[in-house]
Design a protein around this ligand. Structure first.
Ligand SMILES: [Zn+2]
Ligand SMILES: [Zn+2]
Ligand SMILES: [Zn+2]
Ligand SMILES: [Zn+2]
Length: 522
């Protein structure tokens, strides 16, 4: 019998149309289509082989076993699950929908989050990086466009100054251009040699720590405010039976990192005030009435001004670097009467950035290694090449940093005279221009989790498929490859997925996606 693998044999016509035809005329075609359905739409599904066992949930008894050899293509197909739109548009679409629901449930309730969260004070803050040198930018003094996402307002001149002139490298220090949104010069330094690439990658690398300390400071500010206003501490008993007195307010956040064109990260953060229930310390309850959204806003501004991180000293940077926020922290309220920022808009905004990484810089890299680094890093190159070079240089093991011309940098790692380098992780994150954090993060208490949403979906599918809910499928599977077997298979599976999406509605999950799409387009 012929199988799709035959198409790989030399001499067999392997054009996509031929592949599609070959697959579609096979008697088991509809079974194949059903079999690939969990991965339908995925650009690069994972192929697995091994044994699948149906196990009774309560007893652990194995009710039946099946080897993937008995399945179409002798393979189990699993969607790649990549959140990045540039890697897999379909999986990113699913992820964005989940991100939208996670963020939105934290604002309006649902999926186990009480609806009363809708009355907690909440702000949407944008924390930016400071300047590491002048870049071409688009500055709109006053927007007249209908939506910021499709802003077509006329920009003010980029870097207008009455005293024109040049920097010490002979580059003009002014730019009178009014840059359009798609101008490739946006985010590029006016002078590459003046620009502090090392400081920027260090900032990206330590920005997660800066955020962590800032959030602690926000909570400290609010706790102090409660003390001054005579709002008492709350007595809670921990799981281990210990009694603790805790401040009556806490802050739950959902946050997304956005890589700007200049390749510095921004954080967009939802901050929600919660209270503490002495009888149920994990319950989501409103904060005391004496603490308001004004107080939250003031605490964010104060913490952002106050908190800095001083990075560890180095041979070439004796005092380390100072990692602090940019001058302006934009703090906005949502769902205010007449305000343009609604919970849906904010959720859509965060979901959109959750599917991106470095794309705004114009490039998207995979992890860099000693074998590939020279293709990307260049101390005399363009902006990105210099940022990557800075990551690689600062991340070098200390031993070699102190000896000149260390060609054996990587060979020496692990030797006794190699001191730990606090910046070593910069090599691991060179392809992210130093940023090693997750793009979407949230406080444990903020909302429902991604895992819960996936479980809901699996249960929903099981009910649809009439699988008994008291059995679970356990696989002993090994990875055998990525991607569809042929371009024809990819076309068939992806077309079927698209048709399913257009013709059927998988209940509320799909409706939430529609809401997200509508908000994202608005
Ligand atoms: Zn995928
Ligand atoms: Zn410019
Ligand atoms: Zn505009
Ligand atoms: Zn210069």
């Amino acid at each position: 019998m012929s199988t799709p693998l035959d198409l790989y044999r030399p001499g067999v016509a392997a054009g996509r149309d031929a592949q599609v035809l070959h697959r579609a005329v096979m008697p088991e075609f509809s079974g194949w289509l059903e079999h690939t359905r969990p991965a339908g739409g995925c650009a690069r599904p994972i192929r697995l082989a091994g044994t699948l066992a149906a196990v009774e949930r309560d007893t652990g008894r194995i009710l039946g076993e099946q080897h993937t050899d008995e399945l179409p293509d002798q393979t189990l197909y699993k969607a790649c699950g990549n959140r990045r739109e540039t890697r897999c548009p379909d999986c990113a679409w699913v992820y964005a929908g989940d991100a939208y629901r996670v963020v939105r449930c934290g604002l309006t309730g649902g999926k186990g989050v009480p609806a009363s969260v809708g009355r907690h004070p909440v702000v949407f803050a944008t924390f930016t990086a400071p300047s590491f040198g002048a870049v071409h930018h688009r500055h709109i003094p006053r927007h007249t466009c209908a939506t910021r996402q499709r802003c077509d307002c006329r920009s003010a001149p980029c870097r207008a100054r009455s005293t024109a002139g040049t920097c010490q490298h002979g580059q003009p220090a002014v730019c009178h251009a009014r840059h359009d949104t798609d101008d490739p010069r946006l985010g590029q330094p006016l002078c590459l040699d003046c620009y502090d690439h090392a400081h920027q990658v260090v900032w990206n690398y330590f920005s997660g720590e800066l955020w962590r300390r800032t959030k602690q400071a926000i909570e400290r500010h609010l706790a102090a405010l409660c003390r001054r206003r005579g709002i008492p501490l709350v007595r809670v008993v921990t799981a281990s039976g210990k009694v603790r007195w805790v401040p009556p307010v806490r802050v739950s956040h959902g946050k997304v990192a956005e890589m700007q064109r200049r390749a510095a990260v921004h954080f967009h953060v939802l901050l929600r005030l919660d209270g503490v229930d002495p009888d149920a310390p994990d319950a989501l309850v409103p904060p005391p009435a004496g603490i308001t959204v004004d107080d939250l806003e003031a605490a964010v501004h104060a913490a952002a001004r106050q908190i800095t991180v001083t990075t560890p000293p180095r041979e070439d940077q004796q005092r380390g670097w100072v990692v602090a926020w940019g001058e302006q922290v934009d703090v906005r309220r949502i769902n205010t009467a007449g305000g343009e920022l609604t919970d849906g808009k904010v959720a859509a905004y965060l979901a959109k950035y959750a599917t991106k990484a470095t794309e705004a810089t114009g490039h998207s890299f995979t992890r860099l290694t000693p074998a590939t680094i020279d293709d990307y890093a260049d101390p005399e190159g363009d902006h990105l090449a210099r940022l990557i070079d800075a990551c690689w240089r600062l991340g070098r093991p200390i031993h070699d940093a102190m000896t000149s011309g260390a060609a054996t940098a990587d060979d020496r790692q692990g030797s006794l005279d190699t001191k730990p380098n606090a910046y070593a992780g910069l090599r691991r994150w060179a392809h992210m221009l130093g940023f090693g954090g997750h793009f979407l993060t949230k406080a444990r208490r903020y909302s429902v989790t991604f895992g819960q949403l996936r479980d809901n979906r699996a249960t929903h599918r099981r009910i649809e498929d009439d699988d008994p809910a008291d059995t679970i499928t356990v696989g002993t599977l090994t990875y055998i490859g990525s991607g569809w077997l042929t371009d024809g298979d990819a076309l068939l599976a992806n077309t079927a997925a698209r048709q399913r999406r257009e013709s059927t509605r998988i209940g509320r999950e799909e409706l939430a996606h529609e809401a997200w799409l509508a908000e994202a387009a608005a």
